[in-house]
Design a protein around this ligand. Structure first.
Ligand SMILES: C[S@@+](CC[C@H](N)C(=O)[O-])C[C@H]1O[C@@H](n2cnc3c(N)ncnc32)[C@H](O)[C@@H]1O
Length: 376
């Protein structure tokens, strides 16, 4: 966290202020201790940018803000061991066993390392914040759906020792040595949820590839939230894009984007689905919607030290994700041969490494509250 703090200190203005602005616009002042919760106002927060890089500016003097030499370039190897289940092995990668075939990405060590690296990018994006929804500091029950390695769950639990935090995922790839207020369960979040209690806050992050029916997911969140509880989605949407036409400098990367969209669409998954979730939330009765967005540059091409850092990490993250996200989808759904997939993967990796694109992944934050007077 030291380098994150240093970055924050060098840029005291925008991140904290903009997050605060987003939250104050969306916040309903509520104190969970008070006996009569206020009637829920129906204000909708304006969209805001998180961080100071809503517009990424191309750096023409890359040495200035170089992030090279920072210790974050170290290996992201984790000590997590997956021991439990009858995993599926295909094309040299390992996949979840529970609800076999439900999720297209692997769950092996390479993917675990990638998720840990990506967790660092989320941390940088939010200056260490874990949530943007203005939840009460005294939340009691929290659920993270599609929790992956459980990094978010563990950090949230450590920050809220009186709160019970549950992480649910298809894969039991979480560590066993965890804070006492953490519980991990293997579950398919697209099946009906059966929990003993309702939650004060339901969080999810980067689950788009696993979700075909967002209305169904919103419905489950509604049913499993306490009145006054918050739901928050921290997502990305695809395709990867560039504002200045430089995607043309990466033809293989562009082909991969198009093919990923074709494959996911064929199985009913829309990589830009999060953009349509706000009306779904409103329609279901959620109030106090808040949204924020940022961009993860791919490579250290933008100006700014933090932007470069996020760019370097995102470049690593994506380079690792290209193969993992393509193998199952391109062979099984698009009918490509393994050799064709591997050839494209190599070409995409070359396109990314050449750093001739000013590309980025659009990132979306979305939160909303179940009214205190909700009727289920
Ligand atoms: C890209 S990872 C993100 C993990 C974690 N949220 C994070 O941000 O580090 C997506 C996770 O969603 C999980 N997932 C996908 N579909 C799921 C489903 N139907 N039920 C439960 N988990 C699912 C995957 O197993 C994977 O761990």
């Amino acid at each position: 966290m030291a380098s994150l703090d240093a970055l924050e200190a060098s840029d005291p203005s925008s991140v904290a202020q903009q997050i605060a602005a987003a939250q104050s616009a969306a916040t309903v002042e509520h104190d969970v201790a008070q006996p009569d919760p206020p009637a829920t106002p129906t204000v909708t927060a304006p969209s805001v940018q998180v961080g100071d890089f809503g517009v990424l500016e191309v750096d023409t003097d890359p040495d200035r803000d170089s992030a090279l030499g920072d210790d974050d370039n170290e290996s992201f190897t984790t000590s997590i061991n997956s021991t439990v289940t009858d995993y599926k092995f295909e094309h040299g990668r390992r996949y979840h066993a529970y609800q076999d075939g439900k999720y297209a990405l692997p769950n092996d060590d390479a993917e675990i390392n990638r998720l840990e690296l990506q967790h660092r990018i989320w941390q940088l994006s939010l200056s260490g914040r874990l949530n943007l929804a203005p939840i009460s500091p005294t939340v009691r029950n929290v659920l993270d759906i599609g929790c992956g390695t459980g990094a978010w769950v563990i950090e949230f639990a450590e920050a809220h020792p009186d709160c019970r935090v549950t992480g649910a995922d298809l894969s039991p790839i979480q560590p066993t040595l965890v804070p006492p207020n953490v519980e991990f369960i293997v579950d398919d979040i697209t099946s009906p949820w059966i929990y003993m209690q309702r939650f004060d806050y339901i969080h999810s992050r980067a689950i788009t590839v696993g979700i075909a029916d967002w209305s169904g997911l919103v419905e489950q969140c509604w049913k499993n939230l306490e009145p006054g509880g918050w739901v928050e989605f921290q997502e990305y949407h695809m395709p990867v894009t560039a504002d200045d036409g430089t995607m043309a400098n990466g033809p293989a990367f562009q082909l991969w984007n198009d093919s990923l969209k074709a494959a996911t669409t064929k199985v009913g998954i829309h990589l830009d689905a999060i953009l349509n979730v706000p009306p779904t939330l409103k329609q279901r009765g959620f109030v106090n919607l808040g949204t924020a967005g940022t961009k993860w540059p791919i490579g250290p091409w933008p100006k700014g030290k933090r932007e470069k850092k996020i760019g370097e990490l995102t470049e690593k993250d994506l380079s690792s994700a290209i193969e993992g996200s393509s193998l199952r989808l391109f062979t099984k759904v698009l009918g490509w041969s393994m050799e064709e997939v591997q050839k494209l993967v190599k070409e995409v990796e070359r396109d990314i490494a050449a750093r001739r694109m000013h590309s980025y992944i659009p990132i979306d934050f979305l939160w909303a509250q179940k009214p205190y007077d909700a009727v289920d």
